[in-house]
Design a protein around this ligand. Structure first.
Ligand SMILES: [Zn+2]
Length: 312
């Protein structure tokens, strides 16, 4: 009896101290911390799953002898990904592929077993050493480097320049680099047997892209890079986007054109001798691009400035 009372008292004290701790946090943080980290699973093929929430879209590919994971979301989301994979297959995770350096695509790496091999484009390997703030978040200062905080755990040990193939037959995965765009290290991950690829944030969805010049991104190059991908990769029907729904090669072609038109519009405005602020005030998404999200003003201005500075 006495033990139960003690336990009840401890629980009450525990709950109270948690409540006190919570009340000292800004409201937004409490919501973020209290929210359980739930990863949703969408089955795209018998052995390929898209895991959403917690950052960029994650792909889980179950091969004959092991599992390959593409992108690992924000800090703290590695374990929820691991928990979901355990529900999908008993096979071990052998490989992580990160599409690029951003924290919402790589941070979960540190929660995976240290034996897992991490593969990225060579520029992303360099960017992950630094984990620089993006052009958009740079005004808030340099974020903590999650890899340095974890003694280098989750860092890539293998990288590629233009193309690399891992696995054979039904397990084959082709990684391509087609040039600068969202960053200077955007990998395209193709699963030929499944007619599917993961594009990461160079195709994050139907919106104006996040151009991260701090990590080598380019507003002039992104349209060309997207077009090169659309023209080079054959036999793909489904594209996992960085942050949106699954799309098609036709969507990718349209997105390439959209980005090229944006760069040209900025170039024209600069040629006419206007200012970048005037351009941003008047530019609208061309009517032919259906379903494109209206851009946040800050991102539109940031992208326009990046292209403006790139135009010779
Ligand atoms: Zn990104």
């Amino acid at each position: 009896m006495k033990r139960i009372i003690v336990l009840a008292t401890l629980l009450t004290v525990g709950t109270l101290s948690m409540a006190v701790a919570a009340s000292q946090q800004p409201v937004g943080n409490v919501a973020a911390q209290a929210a359980p980290k739930v990863v949703e699973v969408e089955k795209l093929r018998d052995n390929l799953f898209m895991l959403t929430d917690g950052g960029g879209n994650t792909a889980v590919f179950v091969g004959a002898s092991g599992v390959v994971v593409v992108d690992t979301k924000n800090p703290g989301w590695g374990q929820p990904i691991l928990d979901r994979i355990k529900e999908l297959t008993p096979k071990p995770i052998t490989t992580i592929i990160n599409t690029h350096t951003h924290g919402d695509h790589v941070s979960g790496n540190v929660e995976f077993p240290a034996t897992v091999e991490v593969i990225v484009h060579e520029n992303t390997a360099a960017n992950m050493q630094e984990m620089r703030a993006s052009t958009q978040t740079a005004p808030n200062g340099q974020p903590p480097n999650i890899f340095k905080a974890n003694n280098g755990r989750g860092m890539p040990k293998k990288s590629f320049k233009d193309r690399i193939t891992i696995g054979t037959g039904a397990d084959r995965i082709d990684l391509y680099y087609f040039g600068r765009g969202h960053t200077n290290g955007d990998a395209w991950v193709v699963f030929p047997a499944l007619r599917l690829m993961h594009a990461g944030d160079i195709f994050s969805g139907k919106n104006i892209p996040l151009l991260d010049a701090n990590n080598g991104g380019s507003g002039i190059e992104i349209g060309k890079t997207l077009a090169k991908a659309a023209n080079s990769v054959k036999n793909v029907d489904s594209i996992i986007t960085g942050h949106s729904t699954v799309m098609t090669m036709a969507d990718l072609r349209e997105y390439a054109q959209f980005n090229d038109e944006f760069a040209n519009a900025v170039r024209e405005a600069k040629k006419k001798g206007g200012t970048v602020d005037e351009f941003v005030k008047t530019w609208k998404i061309p009517a032919q691009y259906k379903g494109y999200a209206a851009p946040a003003e800050a991102r539109l201005l940031s992208n326009a400035r990046i292209v403006w500075d790139e135009v010779k």
